[in-house]
Write a protein that binds this ligand. Structure first.
Ligand code: SF4
Length: 615
């Protein structure tokens, strides 16, 4: 099998057994790999109603047919599982070097199932699998555990692990790599923790075989030229997503004060030239010339001496603007704490904003915050709350459940201030300022994720500019970017080059055919069909769980409160109008469930038959 390693590793933690299964050609043709493969495995193997933190949940790590090849930006990896945070199907993507190493060890996917009696880690060394005792490292932060694991295995190995938050089943906990890249959203860390699995350590020396080397090299050359000539390349390389912070604030995409969208005094602190002054090193994922990652160094304030992976755009927002905080040092430090304890920076920041607003409104008092004074813009309270969430202390124990459940526990009208969709906290985009992007957040199968359909039309005017406030035609462009993302994540491509059109589906098709030799992949139209098929399969998974259009919602603030500042002043999110249009474009019924006809058109007959029994 060209491009692929042709094998899936199944790890049974209950019985400490590892078995190898062949990657089926029929599945590859239909779902390509990466996210498509993971979605298919979860649909086939998870019975509806499974408790996400039970041994019956499965955790699938996938890579794609271009992972570990010369193609650029294709070595990301995905964790897929039923989420303890949202109760839905979930996919969480990360970068770094773990994905490439997994492929070099000989696998296209790992399926983790069961639960170990005691903490373990799994050591995969070129096809040899060992279950090793992890009691010594249970409780360690990710950086400490990394040192131990590399020492005990191989210094060249790569790791996906959890920190203390995942061990404590914090529902907003992340899976973290040795180079501090995270599959952060949806509580994958808690799924690992529930299985008593501290880490997967992997080392490999194999390489995927390419079907047509000349054609592949030619396509990679075209990709590199496209990167070099793209106007976004330099900015992205120089500053990563940090370049977007200040401009996006001025465009209304960087919501402030728990989406109250007040002016943020001192927002200029987030300008590119200020953020650039913290950079001491550039870094990137395996096989990516963009190298958008940066290392920041703090030279002043209480956190002076901290040298850490930079906060992304989202994290500048979640611990910055969303908390009314302009202290960059505290944001960098909070980001470091999240990586060390294994927390999702977006959900953690939104949970803190929620708590601050409840305190401001008098819904919670000092007696419930363990004596902490919660104030907007206070940089000192942020690291303290991050720690308390990770370790489930006091109010932190409630926030560790995610904002939706925390609001249910607190009651007293708290739900009004909980900013989530399907239980997943909103990212740094205000749906009122970009309606198709908001539509994506409302309809995404995993809840409010910006990464599963980032609307480049509205946000960047790519491939063409559209009015971000209009409601007409938004179903069409929301579907377009959602399906395109699903296509990209079969590789597993990083979504940044797709969002800037450094890579298109046409170019992916060339790379994919040259790598695999599979005839169907020659036609970009076929890839669009696969993208739509994957998205519908994910939707069907949720429908089988009883999660339908009723869950395509928005927080009350977003649909009722007009934005108070320019350029989105007066805008609300017209949920009902937008959803109606979107379901029609998707070919779903009025309940937001894929119709029998749509599923048949996508060659998902067996899915249609199963859904018919339960919906
Ligand atoms: S663009 Fe950045 S995140 Fe994406 S693959 Fe390259 S280095 Fe990694």
């Amino acid at each position: 099998m060209f491009g692929y390693m042709g094998q899936i590793l199944r790890i049974d933690l209950t019985n400490k057994k590892a078995t190898v299964e062949p990657l089926k050609e029929g599945v590859v043709k239909k779902f390509i790999g990466g996210r498509g493969l993971g979605a298919k495995i979860l649909w086939d193997e998870l019975s509806p109603g499974v408790d996400p933190l039970s041994p019956q949940n499965k955790l699938v790590f996938v890579v794609g047919p271009l992972t570990g090849t010369k193609a650029q930006s294709t070595s990301r990896w995905i964790a897929q599982f039923k989420s303890p945070l949202t109760g839905t199907y979930f996919r969480s993507v990360a970068g770094g070097f773990f994905g490439a190493e997994l492929k070099f060890a000989g696998y296209d996917a790992i399926i983790v199932e069961g639960r170990s009696e005691k903490p373990v880690y799994v050591w995969i060394n070129d096809g040899e699998v060992e279950f090793r005792d992890a009691e010594k490292i249970w409780g360690m932060t990710t950086n400490a555990a990394r040192e131990f694991l590399l020492e005990e295995t191989d210094r060249r190995a790569r790791i996906a692990m959890i920190g203390p938050a995942g061990e404590r089943l914090v529902k907003i906990s992340a899976i973290v790599t040795d180079d501090m890249r995270t599959a952060s959203r949806g509580g994958g860390g808690a799924v690992m923790g529930s299985k008593n699995l501290k880490a997967i350590v992997v080392r490999g020396t194999k390489r995927p075989e390419i079907y047509d080397e000349d054609a592949f090299n030619e396509a990679v050359k075209e990709q590199i030229e496209s990167y070099r000539s793209n106007p976004g390349f330099e900015g992205f390389h120089n500053l990563g997503t940090n370049f977007a912070v200040y401009p996006f604030y001025t465009l209304g995409h960087f919501p402030t004060y728990n989406f109250k969208q007040k002016e943020l005094e001192g927002a200029e602190r987030f300008q590119a030239e200020v953020l650039r002054s913290y950079i001491v090193k550039h870094q990137g994922c395996y096989g990516c010339m963009i190298r958008c990652g940066k290392t920041f160094k703090l030279t002043k304030g209480p956190y002076a001496g901290t040298v850490w992976d930079f906060p992304e755009y989202e994290t500048h927002w979640s611990f910055g603007g969303n908390l009314g905080n302009i202290n960059i040092e505290s944001i960098v430090y909070a980001n470091m704490l999240c990586d060390s304890y294994g927390l999702d920076t977006i959900s953690t920041g939104v949970a803190i904003a929620f708590a601050i607003e409840l305190y401001e409104k008098g819904i919670i008092s000092k007696s419930e915050t363990d004596g902490l004074e919660l104030r907007w813009g206070d940089p000192d309270v942020i690291p303290e709350l991050v720690k308390r969430i990770a370790l489930r202390i006091g109010l932190g124990n409630i926030l560790a459940e995610g904002t939706k459940r925390a609001a249910e526990v607190i009651g007293r009208g708290a739900e009004k201030y909980a900013i989530h969709v399907k239980g997943l906290e909103l990212p740094a985009y205000d749906p009122r300022s970009a309606k198709a992007h908001g539509l994506n957040l409302a309809t995404s199968p995993i809840g409010a994720s910006h990464c599963i359909g980032w609307n480049k039309f509205e946000i960047m005017g790519i491939p063409k500019k559209v009015d971000p406030f209009a409601t007409e035609g938004k179903g069409e462009i929301a579907k377009y970017v959602q399906d395109e993302t699903a296509i990209a994540e079969t590789a597993v491509f990083c979504i940044f080059p797709f969002n800037t059109e450094m890579v298109t589906v046409d170019l992916y098709s060339k790379l994919l055919y040259a790598a695999t030799g599979i005839e169907e992949f020659k036609d970009p139209k076929y890839l669009w069909l696969v993208g739509e098929r994957i998205f519908n399969l994910e939707r069907a998974f949720n429908a089988r769980e009883g999660i339908d259009g009723k869950y395509d919602t928005m927080p009350e603030r977003i649909v009722k409160e007009p934005v108070p500042r320019e350029p989105s002043k007066g805008q609300v999110f017209e949920l009902d109008i937008l959803l109606k249009d979107y379901y029609k474009v998707r070919g779903w019924d009025e309940r937001g469930i894929p119709t029998k006809e749509k599923l048949k058109e996508l060659e998902l007959q067996e899915v249609a038959e199963e859904l018919e029994k339960v919906c």
